[in-house]
Design a protein around this ligand. Structure first.
Ligand SMILES: C[S@@+](CC[C@H](N)C(=O)[O-])C[C@H]1O[C@@H](n2cnc3c(N)ncnc32)[C@H](O)[C@@H]1O
Length: 365
């Protein structure tokens, strides 16, 4: 990939030769997990450019700007890692902002969310109150560029058209539609995301019975994996993500999933009958009615807390998706006391950064 800001930009900091950096990451993972004696490390590589569906820039000196390696701001004209709809939109949007005092004044940051479906949303973040004049101007630009716009300021959110994009993912030749809501978690690299979902669907194809998912987000893995199981229960801490997950389920006509807002810590208490939750009752969920064969966890960078780690050991099959190899390593040290690693995959979700996404299948000894 060519980028004239390489060496200065604080975002892409690894070797720009993609093959080299992938090899470095693979070696790092193999070294870190050496003691588990994993026979086959599966490696899934990314597209080398135009792979990011989410991007955030500061607005500085009438331009998009990034933080440099030494943390100072510098203007940029283009960014080759963002999806094409964002890449081609950036100069057009900038032109509109530059010629509009209303849009430009006190504009602090610009965020993009797009999809393989080419649906694009721009969030403009301000240090001023957004009035009717701003709304009129944002609507004009939204019509002219065929995008949705969200204006954000302190205690204010103004939506022009919609505050989400529609994503369409192809999982083993079947299409799934997803609402990706602004300001809620979505996987940043949709090409790699498709490969991760396919991997998880493939490893669980013969498990049968019921499926539990913790940290389910908006149902990214839940929807396609639901076809491998009788009943599915999926939980997550974020209210917005659960609301979106329920909509996503309807959008795809899937009927065997129940989503409920519970943190992993709360789910542990419910599962161990230490506490009753109205949220479970209201959703008509009786935990005793499930015959779980499999649990999937996809926690944030901190990995699993001790109680969640203990809980998942109750399940025969564990699929662990991780965005932090160090906390994954810590958790696997414990989980492998009862379970054996059957498959291990590295997904290059974040090219040109040191971050690595991994997926592990464990089965009870
Ligand atoms: C890495 S994301 C994965 C989401 C989803 N699996 C996906 O692929 O889009 C982690 C998710 O965990 C949720 N989360 C964070 N802390 C949590 C907790 N203590 N209990 C349950 N969910 C939590 C976040 O809101 C986020 O949606």
């Amino acid at each position: 990939m060519n980028c004239k800001y390489f060496g200065k930009c604080g975002s892409c900091i690894l070797d720009l030769n993609y093959k080299n950096q992938l090899e470095i990451k693979k070696n790092k993972i193999q070294k870190l997990f050496k003691e588990f004696d994993i026979k086959d490390f599966e490696v899934f590589q990314s597209k080398e450019s135009h792979f990011r569906a989410r991007a955030e820039f500061r607005f500085f000196k009438d331009s998009f700007a990034m933080h440099s390696i030494d943390n100072s701001l510098f203007p940029i004209e283009a960014c080759p890692i963002v999806l094409e709809p964002i890449f081609f939109l950036m100069p057009k949007l900038l032109e509109e902002i530059r010629k509009s005092t209303i849009l430009k004044e006190k504009l602090y940051a610009i965020e993009f969310l797009s999809s393989l479906n080419k649906d694009t949303l721009v969030t403009l973040i301000y240090h001023k109150k957004l009035d009717e004049a701003w709304q009129d101007e944002a609507l004009r630009v939204s019509n002219c560029l065929n995008i949705s716009i969200v204006g954000r300021s302190r205690k204010q959110k103004v939506v022009i058209k919609k505050d989400y994009v529609i994503e369409k993912l192809k999982i083993f030749n079947k299409d799934y539609s997803y609402i990706h809501q602004e300001a809620t978690f979505t996987q940043p690299n949709p090409y790699i995301n498709q490969k991760m979902i396919e991997w998880a669907k493939d490893v669980s194809k013969d498990f049968g019975y019921d499926f539990l998912e913790l940290y389910c987000g908006s149902g990214n893995f839940t929807l396609p994996l639901s076809e491998n199981f009788n009943k599915v229960l999926a939980t997550e801490i974020s209210k917005n993500s659960i609301k979106t997950a329920i909509k996503n389920c309807k959008l795809n006509g899937i009927e065997n999933i129940k989503f409920v807002r519970l943190s992993s810590e709360e789910f542990v208490k419910a599962f161990n009958k230490e506490r009753e939750f109205n949220r479970l009752k209201q959703a008509n969920i009786d935990l005793d009615s499930y015959n779980f064969s499999t649990v999937l966890i996809d926690p944030p960078r901190a990995g699993l807390d001790e109680t969640t780690r203990d809980l998942i050991k109750n399940f025969k099959n564990i699929i662990y998706i991780s965005c932090n190899p160090n906390t994954l390593f810590r958790d696997l040290k414990d989980i492998t006391k009862t379970h054996t690693i059957k498959r291990f995959a590295m997904f290059d979700q974040f090219p040109y950064t040191p971050h690595i996404e991994s997926a592990v299948l464990l089965v009870r000894h």
